[in-house]
Design a protein around this ligand. Structure first.
Ligand code: ATP
Ligand code: MG
Ligand code: MG
Ligand code: MG
Length: 578
């Protein structure tokens, strides 16, 4: 179908919008792709929607190619699953929470790990069912502190999120690698310049994680890469070599009496039996949750107070706990004498407050994410909540991330670091068993024993990509779309009032259309100057100008990217552009 500018729901603007901070925002508004409705809320007009749909198509094709199956969840979700994983609170102010008429709590989904885990649990039961990759292209909601740059950071935005479910770690590695490759295909097809960098795991939990950052000066993320090796990382995730513990001497020091956040019951039992001296042997039948125990490592003189959390087992059975731990040197925090115990909690503070106060701390290397008890510079004990591996401390067990600077040695010892800015367009995570533990997502094995499923989660910022592509593909005159996402293939401009010119352009447009080429035809009564300016602004990669030359049997093809113009015989046009 030919799209006619005379009736297209489009009004381009001559002026830049007052609130535009970056070129993509300025141009997408001026060229009539999107319109602002609220902070971080934009409507898609016909041109914008066409680009969005083309990006979605590329994403779907690559997801389908790795065996992903598309499903779709509501955005309006009940509180309970997010309560189970703790994210109802952990998400903080970024979560849109609301109540229904009966007073029940709901949220608008910021990401859907919980729902996917529950859905797979509902449908699948046998090891034969696995592995599986599910995805959706869906609207997400996050009450961003700073909605920014139009659709670049929206409070409502479109994300492709997928989730892999595997029986073992090797399977998870495969699913992760499949996604990594799919993402490379997607971003290559979209004509983007990007880097893949080591990332923090953020609120998702889990460990191994990489981000895809589109190279852009206007980006909010800073990454470093080595001048000599392939090393690249978001500065938030740079692993600086662990200083020896004694380097903390003399500093406002803080030592964590750690919290091994053991991911499985078996892991916890193993921990208690091998690393603590509790005077008894534990089994998986013991119900343990948020226990504080006194432990010391073999050969160590001092005892430590250790907090232990068992994910997914939310009710603390105090009586059973006491019975289980009674024979040992055990203190249950909730019931212990705070004044008498030097290790106990003074107050709850977050890692940011620690950093802001210049408090350094050590974290046990086994901590994945969770809580820790530290002694601060003020010699008081603090209960630190919401620690995240990689962000607040390094996987090797030490210390907040030191700030890295351009010129620092690369952590892999090869070359020095250079810094640049980027925009996050994709993020892949090996979640592991965090969500499977929370919902007891098991498959029945061949030996009839349950196998705990391991998960990955993978996101692409589909609506953000419209802006990111525009950010990388524009010039002073307007947008310059890569062919794969342009709203149209050819923009035909009727340049002249002459009836025969109009008829010739109509004929050409019809021929192109018949050849499967998507045509935007500027059949308005405007002057050629206005039409050319709009064509440059809208950014279709090929502009076909039908004007006076038609009498001599030629039209002009302008390549929007290179600016090259060329006269082409009318009867060669379709063959040239097909
Ligand atoms: P950012 O660091 O930019 O806030 P994020 O790390 O919070 O992103 P993820 O949770 O990893 O985002 O979500 C997957 C993808 O969704 C991101 O890589 C990004 O492309 C996109 N995305 C996240 N937040 C937004 C937003 N507010 N508006 C548009 N796209 C977003
Ligand atoms: Mg974010
Ligand atoms: Mg991020
Ligand atoms: Mg991310």
């Amino acid at each position: 179908m030919i799209t006619r500018m005379s009736s297209l729901f489009l009004r381009t603007l001559r002026e830049d919008p007052a609130d535009a901070e970056v070129p993509s925002h300025r141009l997408l508004v001026r060229a009539g792709y999107v319109r602002r409705v609220a902070p971080g809320g934009y409507s898609w007009l016909p041109l914008g929607l066409r680009v969005l749909r083309r990006i979605e198509t590329v994403v779907r094709e690559e997801m389908d190619a790795i065996g992903g199956q598309e499903i779709q969840f509501p955005a309006l979700l009940p509180r309970e699953p997010y309560e189970v994983t703790g994210r109802w609170t952990e998400y903080g102010d970024a979560l849109f929470r609301l109540k229904d008429r009966k007073g029940a709590d709901y949220l608008l989904g910021p990401t859907h790990e919980e729902l996917f885990a529950l859905t797979v649990k509902g449908e699948y039961s046998s090891y034969k069912d696995y592995p599986v990759i599910l995805y959706q292209v869906q609207t997400k909601y996050r009450d961003e502190a700073r909605p920014r740059a139009g659709i670049l950071r929206g409070r409502e935005f479109v994300m492709k999120d997928s989730y892999s479910f595997d029986l073992d770690d090797a399977g998870l590695q495969r699913s992760y690698a499949l996604h990594r490759d799919a993402y490379i295909n997607i971003f290559d097809r979209l004509g983007l310049e990007y880097v893949v960098v080591a990332a923090t795991s953020g609120a998702m939990g889990g460990s191994a994680s990489e981000e895809f950052l589109a190279v852009a000066e206007t980006g909010e993320d800073t990454y470093v890469r080595s001048t000599e090796s392939g090393y690249a990382a978001n500065v938030e995730a740079v692993v600086t070599p662990a200083p020896p513990a004694r380097s903390l001497e003399g500093l406002p020091e803080a030592q964590v009496h750690h919290t091994p956040n053991t991911p499985t019951i078996a892991g916890l039992v193993d921990y208690l039996n091998t690393k603590t001296e509790l005077g008894r042997t534990f089994t998986a039948a013991d119900t343990l949750k948020n226990v504080m125990v006194k432990t010391r490592q073999p050969g160590e003189k001092d005892w430590h107070i250790v907090g232990i959390g068992v994910p997914g087992d939310r009710e603390v059975d105090q009586k059973r706990l006491e019975a289980a731990l009674a024979p040992a040197d055990v203190a249950l925090l909730e019931e212990a004498d705070f004044a008498a115990n030097p290790f106990l909690v003074k107050g709850y503070i977050g890692p940011k407050a620690l950093r802001d106060n210049g408090i350094r701390y050590l974290v046990d290397p086994r901590v994945v994410t969770g809580t820790a008890w530290v002694t601060g510079a003020d010699k008081a004990d603090h209960h630190v909540v919401d620690l995240v591996a990689g962000r607040d401390f390094q996987p090797d067990g030490t210390v907040e991330a030191a700030e890295v600077r351009e010129g620092d040695a690369s952590p892999d010892g090869k070359g020095t670091l250079v810094a640049a800015r980027g925009i996050e367009i994709g993020h892949i995570f090996q979640l592991g068993r965090k969500y499977a533990d929370a919902f007891a997502l098991d498959a029945l094995g061949a030996d009839s024993k349950p196998i705990r499923i391991t998960m990955g989660s993978y996101g692409v910022g589909v609506s953000r990509l419209v802006a990111v592509i525009a950010e990388q593909h524009h010039d002073d005159l307007g947008l310059v779309w890569p062919r794969a996402v342009s709203p149209f293939d050819v923009h035909v401009v009727i340049a002249g009032k002459d009836e025969t010119v109009a008829a010739g352009a109509e004929k050409l447009a019809a021929d192109l259309d018949a050849a499967g080429i998507e045509v935007l035809l500027d059949d308005r009564k405007s002057t050629p100057g206005v039409k050319f300016a709009d064509a440059e602004l809208i950014g279709v990669p090929t502009i076909l100008v039908v004007g006076r030359g038609l009498a001599k049997g030629v039209v002009e093809i302008k390549d929007r990217t290179s600016g090259d113009r060329e006269e082409v015989a009318v009867d060669e046009v379709v063959a040239r552009l097909a």
